[in-house]
Design a protein around this ligand. Structure first.
Ligand SMILES: [Zn+2]
Ligand SMILES: [Zn+2]
Length: 572
């Protein structure tokens, strides 16, 4: 289904026309058509092929032609042309939260601002507040938007790093001269954003390994080449460092280059207290400089009197103390997951049928899935009316009859309205196998009101999970103003599971809150928030977050069997 693609391009055309200062009616026509297509109950490709585009309100001959072009080719020549007419840097400004096309255009025309640096300077100097339509609050909002963008620039989201890092690793495994090879650094710890990629290899022939390394197909250029360290830049500007060590140092080097810095500082001080010296070459006797261990990470930890610490835990958040006492959690593993409880289907804003999703989930090895389409008032995402909820339940019942070893649970991602009431009546909520609630509108509320809104939502007896509890979008949107501690307390009290949303720009709850919430007694569910079947694999980033938050298998709903799930959800 290409509805969203068509709508996105039309929205962007409207933005560009707006930037250029084109006439209001033309801009509005594009926006309205985009909105209509987003809301459309049927597939735009079918409407196009049956030549019914003109029946969409607001779509005239000219727009119909453009929509047809997008549907057929995936792009729009007019849009490409418009993009060239506007300074490219201005488009970057559109990405800053708090700035729309009208404002960017005004900044350009009145103050000649074309890039982020100029914009920041003008905000700090208070030059925006006198412009029409701007004020001190706008200035502050824009500065905050810039800061958000800066915080993540130069870093990529975990899924991007994961994809590039593990592809590169697989390539390095093919090098005959490589003895052992692994991802190291923050990617091995599965941090939510990653700066550079680190790969570590052991070999007695480092120069051949380096030669092999720089011949990777995706290398844009070589930044530095030596026999212990080589750095390259990938085509997407991500830097990858390869270090090659002797086999006897591999474990110590892996420990060292995995980090975190804070974790390693503590490790080194323990080593010193015990009469050793720890570095990337191994663990040595402090007095004699004799090599003690270093071939495996496990040797290093155990020689220091610690049990092995999983990479995701190495952030100096108490893991070293726990390893010393032997009380580290038995963290959930990546293959403990038996299903996914946050998936959108074609019924709302997803792009696949429940059938297709089920088949793909089975291929992954899942035993069940929970489909969570949006609720009725979320028109942009084609939220389901009561009538369509009933039809969807019928469809899921039909699908379930076909399987003996797989189950589809019918859920909803029900909107929490600004006053904390839910978007469906209790009688509809009871029809679902499970109810997940979340906030998708009115993000800007006072902290106290937002906290009350979420808690009131959780207090509804039909609610099972709270989706993406803080609403943050990494690099794009700060969390809602909420009192997270209070929400966590309420989750325990109302027996609502908090979601770890695995979508790479969410990872919400974040690792630190997960750990805190677990200590308070919260239980969890991990969802991919898939909008198409390719997103199902995002689950691993949610599991990584759970591991970083010290969760064990028993803390997470979707590690249980179908039988246990039905019992837990209490709707057998
Ligand atoms: Zn959502
Ligand atoms: Zn969702």
């Amino acid at each position: 289904m290409k509805n969203q693609l068509v709508a996105d391009i039309l929205y962007q055309v409207a933005d560009l026309l707006d930037l250029k200062g084109d006439i209001f009616f033309k801009i509005r026509a594009y926006r309205m058509a985009a909105q209509r297509i987003e809301d459309l109950d049927e597939d735009i490709e079918i409407v196009t092929s049956e030549e019914r585009l003109l029946s969409i309100p607001g779509v005239g001959e000219a727009l119909a032609k453009k929509i047809k072009e997008i549907v057929e080719t995936g792009r729009l020549e007019y849009y490409e042309k418009l993009k060239k007419e506007v300074p490219e840097e201005l488009l970057v400004l559109l990405d800053i939260s708090g700035l729309g096309p009208r404002k960017v255009s005004a900044l350009f025309k009145n103050l000649g601002i074309t890039n982020i640096m100029e914009l920041k300077k003008a905000c700090i100097e208070g030059k925006l507040r006198d412009l029409e339509g701007f004020g001190e609050i706008t200035e502050r909002n824009i500065l905050r938007g810039i800061k958000l963008k800066e915080r993540t620039s130069g870093r990529v989201l975990l899924n991007v790093a994961y994809h590039d890092g593990y592809n590169y690793l697989n390539y390095m495994k093919k090098c005959e001269k490589v003895d052992r090879v692994s991802i190291a650094g923050s990617l091995r710890r599965m941090k939510e954003t990653i700066g550079d990629l680190d790969i570590l290899a052991s070999s007695d022939y480092p120069d051949s390994v380096m030669d092999f390394f720089i011949r990777y197909y995706d290398v844009q250029r070589v930044l530095l080449k030596g026999s212990t360290k080589t750095s390259v830049l990938l085509n997407n500007d991500l830097q990858v460092d390869l270090r090659v060590v002797k086999p006897e140092s591999y474990g110590a080097a892996l420990q060292y280059f995995t980090g975190s810095k804070e974790h390693n500082v503590k490790m080194r001080s323990i080593a010193i207290k015990k009469g050793f010296k720890l570095n990337e070459y191994g663990l040595f006797n402090k007095k004699t400089d004799d090599y003690v261990v270093g071939e495996s990470e496990n040797d290093v930890y155990s020689k220091l009197g610690l049990s092995f610490i999983e990479p995701e835990l190495r952030e100096n958040r108490g893991e070293i103390e726990a390893a010393k006492e032997g009380v580290l959690p038995d963290v959930v593993s990546y293959d403990d997951i038996k299903g996914d409880f946050h998936i959108h289907s074609l019924w709302s804003d997803g792009s696949d049928t429940i059938d297709t999703i089920a088949e793909n989930a089975k291929k992954i090895g899942y035993e069940y899935i929970g489909i969570t389409d949006h609720s009725q008032s979320l028109k942009i995402a084609r939220g389901l009316s009561e009538d369509r909820v009933n039809k969807k339940i019928d469809e899921i019942n039909r699908i379930n009859k076909r399987y003996s070893d797989f189950q589809v649970f019918c859920g909803t991602e029900c909107d929490i309205k600004p006053d904390g009431s839910l978007d469906y009546s209790n009688s509809i909520l009871k029809k679902f196998d499970f109810v997940c609630i979340g906030i998708h509108t009115n993000f800007k509320m006072k902290k106290e009101d937002m906290t009350k809104r979420i808690i009131r939502g959780m207090e509804n007896e039909n609610v099972d999970f709270l989706a993406h509890p803080t609403g943050r979008l990494i690099g794009r949107r700060d969390p809602f103003e909420i009192d997270v501690e209070k929400v966590i307390d309420a989750a325990v009290k109302t027996n609502t599971r908090l979601e770890i949303n695995s979508f790479p720009d969410r990872l919400d709850l974040s690792d630190i809150y997960v750990k805190y919430a677990k200590e308070k007694g919260v239980r969890f569910v991990i969802g991919s928030d898939s909008h198409n079947i390719d997103h199902l694999s995002f689950m691993r980033f949610g599991v990584a977050t759970a591991r970083r938050g010290w969760l064990e298998k028993k803390d997470i709903l979707n590690t249980y069997s179908v039988k246990e799930i039905s019992k837990i959800l209490g709707r057998e």
